[in-house]
Design a protein around this ligand. Structure first.
Ligand SMILES: Cc1cc2nc3c(=O)[nH]c(=O)nc-3n(C[C@H](O)[C@H](O)[C@H](O)COP(=O)(O)OP(=O)(O)OC[C@H]3O[C@@H](n4cnc5c(N)ncnc54)[C@H](O)[C@@H]3O)c2cc1C
Length: 431
């Protein structure tokens, strides 16, 4: 089967690879000149399956989404309560369906991690991985708010320890306790790793399997989906400059048997053109990456692995000899230059916990969008339109879930048994 994948971020590249591995002919269409150019460009790098399943999903309250569906944002989107740990704690007490969703998300993140490790080992891929996630808690109240999630993780057999400030410093010797560290949760099975490095290498492996890349092409429409025949993708040269050899040349329609939408913030418009409405929201977050101060002869007091400031929801992750700090959520699409106020918060958090650990005057700053749907789980599976499939809306967990989501999707398209229960990820659940 000839499958077109729309979008070459983490979801698109991983999907293309898995589909080609399953024997399909694959063409990836991407409006930018290379892979990982939008939401996947410089994410926080956390592979945080346990944390994501316990506290991040179901994530977004529906009242947040109403203004988006009607075309704009209301101020309620900015109310801190909706992003707070309190909200997540509350979610734990809700319906059995949400418990099933959390279990499915944990299963997907485990699948993802296993596949990521397998691929990394197979080709000795570099991804600057550092093992372990430490969640920093400033008060007993913050710890109490996570209690229900911790009990649930224990039931699921997820290794974790609660340590005091001294125990946290044994794991991260450079950690300052000055900001007032009450306790920390350590998840040895979670990690930090460089998704951009991985996705570039996976692209090369996918190409070796025959995947074709159509960069600088934007999909502007999909046709034929209801007729049963091949699907037609109309393409346009994208906003980036077209190379001189191709300028002015007619861009053909792409005719395929199936389409996978991995277009993140581009997905709602494409689906709408097919009559499918996505209850989705786009928000943006930012990051900076700075070289660590690794001076010969001095004790290394830089971050060792992944750290999350629970109150600020800002992550600190080691990536080789650099640190990546990420967080700060704003509604809407922001790509590239981050808001100065958000960056100040990120710098402050790094400086609070690891004072002087990085050359922040040499940091690279970035802001990127992420798409999420009402319940915070990704969309993986059929769209309801014949031949059109989804692997999108990964929200704040797209790196954690990328490899597993792609395997799940490839199995479903190939009519093989899905590795994880597909129901919690199906578009149907939102109807
Ligand atoms: C600041 C920040 C920090 C994050 N931290 C973490 C983290 O620590 N751990 C974690 O697991 N996740 C994290 N995430 C989330 C993760 O990065 C995303 O979920 C993931 O990158 C989404 O990948 P994607 O492929 O779905 O989307 P994208 O990477 O946005 O890719 C979509 C692609 O589709 C293309 N496209 C869209 N429409 C069209 C069209 N019509 N035609 C052609 N091409 C099109 C776009 O150009 C884009 O390249 C973070 C995200 C951000 C922004």
């Amino acid at each position: 089967m000839h499958v077109a994948v729309i979008g070459a971020g983490l979801a698109g590249v991983c999907s293309a690879f898995e589909l080609a591995s399953a024997g399909h002919q694959v063409t990836v269409v991407e409006r930018h000149a290379g892979v990982a150019a939008e939401g996947s460009f410089a994410n926080g790098g956390l592979l945080a399956g346990a944390y994501t399943a316990a506290w991040q999903a179901p994530g977004l309250p529906t009242r947040l989404l109403a203004p988006v569906q009607s075309g704009g944002w209301g101020w309620q989107a900015l109310r801190p309560s909706v992003w707070s740990p309190w909200w997540r704690q509350r979610q734990h007490r809700r319906s059995p369906r949400q418990a099933a969703s959390r279990a499915a998300l944990l299963a997907l993140s485990r699948l993802s991690r296993a596949r990521l490790d397998e691929l990394t080992l197979r080709w000795s891929l570099a991804r600057e991985q550092a093992e372990g996630l430490l969640v920093l808690l400033r008060t007993e109240r913050e710890l109490a708010q996570l209690r229900a999630g911790l009990d649930w993780l224990a039931e699921q057999g997820v290794a974790h320890h609660c340590v005091d400030a001294e125990g946290a410093r044994a794991i991260e010797p450079g950690l300052s306790t000055e900001p007032g560290l009450h306790a920390a949760l350590h998840f040895p099975g979670d990690a930090a790793a460089n998704s951009r490095q991985f996705v570039h290498q996976l692209k090369t492996e996918a190409q070796a399997l025959g995947v074709r890349w159509l960069f600088q092409h934007e999909v502007t429409g999909l046709a034929g989906a209801h007729g049963g025949g091949p699907l037609q993708l109309s393409l346009a040269g994208s906003r980036e400059p077209v190379p001189p050899a191709r300028a002015g040349a007619p861009v053909p329609l792409l005719s395929v048997d199936a389409v996978v939408l991995c277009a993140a913030q581009g997905a709602p418009a494409l689906l709408q053109s097919l009559g499918v409405r996505l209850p989705a929201v786009v928000h943006s977050a930012c990051s900076f990456t700075a070289p660590l101060r690794l001076e010969d002869g001095l004790l290394d007091l830089t971050p060792r692995a992944a750290i999350l400031d629970q109150r600020q929801q800002i992550s600190i992750a080691r990536q080789g000899d650099r640190v990546r700090v990420a967080g700060g959520v704003r509604p809407g699409v922001q790509l590239g230059r981050p808001p100065a106020a958000d960056m100040r918060r990120l710098y402050r958090v790094l400086d609070d916990w690891f004072p002087g650990a990085a050359h922040t005057s040499r940091s690279l700053e970035w802001c990127g969008p992420r798409l999420a749907v009402t319940d915070g789980l990704p969309l993986i599976g059929p769209s309801g339109v014949p031949g059109v499939w989804l692997n999108t809306a990964h929200g704040a967990s797209g790196w954690t879930l990328a490899c597993g989501a792609a395997q799940q999707l490839a199995a479903q398209i190939s009519q093989q048994p899905a590795p994880v229960d597909p129901a919690p990820f199906a578009l149907e659940r939102l109807r």
